[in-house]
Design a protein around this ligand. Structure first.
Ligand code: UFG
Length: 336
């Protein structure tokens, strides 16, 4: 059985779905529902009735220990984390206790139960301000915010747990994740929403919310920031490959997950207009603090070692995200 933490959230739920329709349908989800949604868990259980759900908090060692006592876990896919950069700056304590202490409780439970394989959601935020582009896995890791710090600390804890207890981890460093399930069963559902694509799309439904571009005088081709946007379903394929890698080689490793193609905020905005087939209103506002002008992955390692191949175009991802936004908007309207 696979334990997936944080599967009530955006990326975790897509992976639980991916694992379910591939050969790993024996799943237990552990989530405290602080940012994830029970509706998402119910939808996953509807698709895969074998899914077990335990509402619990990683900060509570007993709650996570109980999962290992109750189920025979073979490996863990660990998504559960707080992930808002801005919030982490204002409230670092919350981030260190939730992300770092929570993960240490999880790792201790794993070691106690001799479960020694974990796939971990790390982030490009562990690199900080890029020293060179594209960023490969050997790029120095100097995070510039508490969120990035928590993920880097966890990577180091995992190294030490490997040396001391033989716990093997594959850390996947995500770049900018976009998109949704092709059948709108799961998708991005944050409150508040801070990310680019859902913010553009939400402004289509809400006449009172105008989409804001954070700065247009960066030293880039059109003055807006450049990011590497990777599709969430492609990203989940990499998690399956990472688990197979762990099972085959029993080796700790790290991989960047990005497309190696940079797109500016304006380019993403234009693709969104094409997808929605409408003219979307926008305004240029002040730069957001801590936004590097460009983040771009070198993901050759994931491609050659894991045999990972991101397949979806940005247009496809935004199209799926738009269909998901529509269904979410309808759902929220109906429940009000
Ligand atoms: N942006 C806007 N308007 C918005 C939202 C975003 O112009 O309403 C811009 C941002 O300034 C940035 C780009 O769109 O240039 C992407 O912003 P996101 O908030 O979507 O994503 P980030 O690049 O800030 O963050 C992502 C992840 C983080 C992770 C980081 C790694 O969401 O968890 O990449 O660098 F830490």
């Amino acid at each position: 059985m696979i334990l997936i933490t944080g599967a009530a959230g955006y990326i975790g739920s897509q992976c639980a779905l991916n694992f379910s329709i591939n050969k790993y349908d024996d799943i237990v989800i552990f989530d405290n529902l602080s940012t994830g949604h029970i509706e998402t868990v119910k939808k996953l259980q509807e698709i895969n009735p074998k899914i077990q759900f335990i509402k619990g908090d990683l900060k509570n060692k007993e709650e996570i220990s109980n999962v290992f006592n109750q189920y025979k876990i073979d490996a863990v896919i660990h998504f559960a984390a707080l992930s808002q950069v801005g919030e982490s700056v204002i409230n670092p304590s919350l981030y260190y206790s939730n992300n770092v202490i929570g993960t240490i409780n999880l790792l201790n439970s794993m070691v106690e139960n001799n479960v020694l394989k974990i796939v971990f959601s790390s982030t490009a935020a562990t690199y900080g301000e890029p020293e060179y582009i594209p960023i490969d896995e050997n790029h120095p890791q100097n995070p510039i915010n508490p969120y990035g710090n928590t993920k880097l600390i966890i990577e180091k804890v995992m190294d030490d747990f490997d040396k001391a207890y033989n716990l093997k981890s594959v850390r996947l460093r995500y770049f900018n994740v976009i998109g949704a399930d092709e059948q709108t069963r799961v998708g991005e559902w944050h409150n508040p929403e801070t990310h680019l694509v859902p913010n553009i799309l939400k402004s289509v439904f809400k006449n009172d919310v105008k989409f804001k571009i954070f700065g247009d005088d960066y030293d880039t081709k059109d003055g807006t920031c450049i990011r590497d946007y990777v599709d969430v379903i492609d990203l989940c394929d990499a998690h399956l490959l990472a688990l197979e890698y762990l099972k085959k080689y029993n080796k700790t490793d790290v991989f960047n997950l990005g497309t190696q193609e940079g797109q500016s905020v304006k380019e993403i905005f234009n693709i969104s207009q094409d997808v929605t087939n409408q003219k979307i209103e926008y305004e240029i506002v002040e730069k957001r603090l801590g936004d590097p002008k460009i983040l771009l992955a070198n993901s050759l390692k994931a491609r050659s070692v894991l045999n990972w191949q991101p397949k979806r175009t940005t247009f496809d991802s935004i199209k799926n995200a738009f269909e998901w936004e529509k269904s979410l908007n309808d759902k929220l309207k109906a429940s009000n």
